[in-house]
Structures are given as C-alpha cells and as structure tokens.
Design a binder for this molecule. Sequence first.
Ligand code: NAP
Length: 280
Amino acid sequence: MTQTAQIIDGKTVSARLLETIATQTAAMSTPPGLAVILVGDDPASHVYVANKIKACAKAGIRSIEHRLPTTATEGEIANMITTLNTDTSVDGILLQLPLPKGLDSDKLVQMIAPAKDVDGLTIPNIGKLVAGIDGLVPCTPQGSLILIKEVMPDLTGKHAVVIGRSLLFGKPMAQLLLAENATVTTAHSKTSDLAGLCKTADILVAAVGRPKMVKGDWIKKGAIVIDVGINRLEDGKLCGDVDFEEAKNIAGAITPVPGGVGPMTIACLMVNTLKANRSK
Ligand code: NAP
C-alpha cells in the first residue's frame, strides 16, 4: 500500500516558532529569563535540559541552569523555588521531572509562582485553562494543537479522541480541543472498545506510553493522528504510541516520532517564557 498521509513535521513548525520568538526577543532591551532546576543525574533529564537550553539560545531567551545533586532535600529545592519566585530577572521556572525517588514533585511544582509556571502545571493555571481564562498552558498539548491546526485550521464540530487522561497531557489537551469547538472524548485504560472509539475520530491524539498500540485499523480514513508517545524499543530506537507504518496508509496527516510533537514541546516552553515576561 502506498503512503497517503501528510507528515506533520514538528521540526519545521517548531523552528518557525523559535524564529518568530527570536525576532520578538531581539527587539527587547532585556531578554526574558528561564530558570531550569535539574536535580540528580537521570541521563534523559540531562538531555531534555540540554535541548531546552539550546532552544533558549535560538529564541533569544536567557537560560539559567540550577543543578542540584541527587541527595538534595525537598527543603533545598523548595528554597530554590522560593528564591526564584521573587527574582525579578527570572520570568519562567521549570522544575525538570521526574525528580529522584523520595521527593514530592507535586508539592514542589505547586510552589512555583503561577505567573512563572511555564510548564502550566500549577492548579491556578490548570483552573484558568478549564475556565477559558488566558494563562500558561502546558507545553506538549499546546504544541500538539499547533500541529493539528497546521493541517486543520478550523476544528469546529470535529470529533477528537484523546487517549490518555494525565494532568500533564491528556486533560489539558482535551480542554484545548474543546475550546476550539471540537467534540472531545477522553479515553483511558478503562475505556471499552478503544479501537472502535478511535475509529470514529476525525482527530486522534495518543498519549499513553505503549509502543505502537494504535493500529492502522483503529484509524478513520483521512483522520489527523497526533502521536505524543515517546517509547524506546529494545534496539534503542524511539517509537510512538501509534503504529506509524500502518497508520500512514490510512491517516490524512500524522506526526512522526521522533520529529513530531517532541520539538513542539520545547518551542512552546519558549512561547510560555516570553508570555510570562510580557504578562508581568
Ligand atoms: P501517563 O501519566 O502515564 O498517562 C498515560 C495515560 O494512558 C493514562 O491516562 C492511562 O489511563 C492511559 N493508558 C494506559 N494504558 C492504556 C491502555 N491500554 N488503553 C488506553 N489508555 C491507556 O503518561 P503521560 O505523561 O500523559 O505521557 C504519555 C506518553 O506521552 C508517554 O509516552 C510520554 O513519554 C509521552 N510524552 C511526550 C511528550 C513530548 O514532548 N513528546 C511530553 C509528555 C509526555 P489511566 O488514567 O486509566 O491509567
């Protein structure tokens, strides 16, 4: 079967977004500042932070990295957050997750001043999203929506199915789609006939963390498929939650893994940092 789906290239879209931000920050007398707190030595977290810092450089955002050892206590991290909350040169604070075992990441994330919460994970920002009030929106769903709108600018009346209901992704994604006038169904591990439900979706968003779970025959012909999952296979290669090889023959448009949603997450972190700077 020949490939029919348009590949939604997150690398190109995110590069464009970073360029737009760079143009705006270049015109500012003081660039926005992003403080990144990295605790411990999780290799994946180090890679993510390095990528975020690279993106800051491209976007004209000043990055300030704070590294703490694995032995750092909750109190030490809390003190650092409190200091950054009142530091006027810092517009955004990012606490890189996951934290080493034994640290209460939920409690620490909620200590971040909502105006500097560039991950959009504090309760006030989540509340604003649900209430339809402008605030800081979590980066991965924000980036996913941009990719959807690249290929379908008007989502009115479309049926969107989001697989996954995490606070980090599934719930905010559903809210963003709802705000775009889509009819939204959120699926999760207790959903019955998941395949049948997915088949009714004009927009299918998978954020589960199970390699290639969404099969080609779960997808409605011509649907937009957004694959949020990042899974590492035994051979070291990355793959998404969607079986790309099957899906590309049925979907109308699809994001690849890697190179789809991932780069958008980082670009939207820059969007949020600029927004936090402009809102103060
Ligand atoms: P999570 O907190 O583990 O949530 C996973 C969700 O999937 C849960 O709601 C769970 O349902 C649901 N689920 C699990 N098994 C299922 C099944 N068999 N059928 C249907 N639903 C099922 O994960 P997350 O933080 O949302 O992340 C999900 C994926 O996205 C991961 O692969 C993660 O690495 C990736 N991710 C990527 C980016 C990026 O920048 N590209 C950013 C964030 C996350 P229950 O609620 O019922 O348990």
